[in-house]
Design a protein around this ligand. Structure first.
Ligand SMILES: Nc1ncnc2c1ncn2[C@@H]1O[C@H](COP(=O)(O)OP(=O)(O)O)[C@@H](O)[C@H]1O
Ligand SMILES: N[C@@H](CCC(=O)OP(=O)(O)O)C(=O)O
Length: 422
């Protein structure tokens, strides 16, 4: 079920939850392990039972699971989570296979005789899958194929080969990206707190619980601290940002305590447990979502005030005459940031020219540029390939682009552009 945007009367929370068809459920490190090493198999069994329950209710479920490093740390006989990259990669490599083994085994143990077959399908993603358009579409297709074949995708970052410059880091971000890939209806972030509080409840005993908020509300980032449990990576801040990111695809979010008994069945019943993040902004089209999903860009263009206005207020393409400076190295087709002169990122998009060509164009004086329309009017970034930042720093749709055909994924088929909302 897709929450309708700009409704006079917003869909009640209970209905958003009960009618959500495609669920992305994320279980954080803080829940999967009690002391930072090893897995809590008893609780994994309870979550697997709950996922079986969702399937019986006809829901599609993707599980985003942390825990590889914790599981590997215990198996390798180390007393604490490794601090150095190589040991963390080794722990993830050993732990990920153990993690998926336990999920599959326990998923079968909790099956009822009348249940149709349900197996786990491991999907390990890196930042590259989300940066490169072809790999992004490929990841989307395989996730769709798994759901179509009644498989439970179990997603994690490929920690064994990720290293800091290309790392997503926390699985809240990853889960939100999966929501964007799949146009999920509901993101459930299970953690070790009852939800979002007005301050970190570990530090502030007077912190108040927030039952319902708006995804992307900039005030929320100020109250959500970084890593809190010491085991998890992103802390509440990553979850608040993930809810804002998920809202770009119209996905509502619930942050709830994973050890609340039967949390998932109770959410399907529409119960108000945990903090609900309502979607209150226009949904970005799939292609623009992919543009906004990039965590890093190889270069920036510094724009003059006229170009900033043309992009922001008139929804125009970016022309070379409006570019004052080029930073970084990039090639035609790369995603680059467009910045105002004070450094704020106001847009980002796929560039039509290499950095070297841009610099050559900028070598002309502004008077020369203005006199030679063939150079001055070169389209640097077409408006269909641009997303604009709104005043909160989130991304907003602007121009409607043409609708490519909707694709139905087939195994082995080349990834296709397109999708329900593109
Ligand atoms: N405003 C807040 N409300 C709730 N929890 C918060 C807040 N600010 C910081 N936290 C901390 O965030 C932690 C959860 O994040 P994290 O440890 O990364 O968990 P996970 O492994 O589930 O992702 C909580 O244990 C809590 O201490
Ligand atoms: N991908 C890592 C976990 C990353 C992590 O801790 O994320 P989170 O559970 O969001 O704090 C792993 O499997 O160990």
């Amino acid at each position: 079920m897709r929450q309708r945007q700009h409704e006079a009367v917003p869909t009640p929370r209970a209905d958003v939850q009960a009618q959500a068809q495609r669920w992305v459920v994320k279980i954080g490190s803080s829940l999967l392990t009690n002391d930072g090493t090893g897995l809590d198999l008893a609780w994994i069994a309870r979550w697997m039972e709950q996922i079986r329950h969702l399937h019986r209710a006809g829901k599609e479920v993707v599980l985003v699971s942390s825990g590889a490093v914790s599981a590997g740390t215990a198996l390798l006989g180390w007393s604490q989570r490794p601090g150095d990259l190589a040991s963390r990669q080794a722990a993830a490599s050993v732990g990920q296979s153990a993690l998926i083994h336990h999920y599959e085994k326990i998923l079968q143990q909790v099956a009822r005789p009348e249940d149709p077959p349900l197996h786990c399908g491991q999907v390990l993603l890196t930042h590259d899958e989300l940066r490169n358009r072809k790999r992004y579409l490929n990841a989307r297709n395989i996730l769709r194929v798994l759901l179509d074949r009644n498989v439970l995708p179990v997603v994690n970052e490929n920690d064994a080969i990720s290293y800091r410059p290309i790392q997503l880091g926390d699985n809240d971000t990853l889960a939100a990206m999966v929501c964007n890939l799949l146009d999920a209806d509901l993101l459930v972030l299970l953690t070790d707190q009852d939800g979002l509080f007005s301050a970190d409840p570990r530090r502030d005993p007077d912190a108040c619980f927030l039952a319902e908020v708006t995804a992307g509300d900039p005030r929320l980032e100020a109250i959500a601290g970084g890593g809190g449990s010491g085991v998890g990576t992103g802390g509440m801040l990553a979850k608040v940002k993930a809810a804002a990111r998920a809202a770009r695809s119209g996905t509502a979010t619930v942050i709830a305590h994973g050890r609340h008994p039967d949390i998932l069945p109770e959410l399907v019943e529409g119960k108000a447990i945990g903090t609900f993040f309502r979607v209150r902004r226009p949904v970005l089209k799939a292609r623009k979502r992919w543009l906004s999903d990039h965590l890093r860009v190889p270069g920036s263009l510094i724009l003059d005030d006229g170009a900033v206005r043309a992009l922001r207020e008139k929804g125009r393409s970016l022309l070379s005459v409006g570019v004052l400076r080029v930073e970084g190295e990039f090639h035609r087709g790369d995603l680059v940031a467009c910045r105002a002169q004070d450094g704020r990122e106001i847009a980002r998009g796929l560039i039509d020219l290499d950095a070297s060509v841009m610099r050559r164009i900028l070598g002309h004086s502004r008077a020369e540029l203005e006199q030679d329309p063939t150079i001055a009017d070169s389209v640097v970034i077409h408006r269909d390939n641009l997303v604009l930042a709104d005043p909160t720093g989130d991304w907003t749709p602007r121009q409607s682009s043409r609708q490519p055909p909707v694709s139905v994924p087939n195994p082995g088929q080349e990834p296709q552009e397109g999708g329900a909302t593109e």
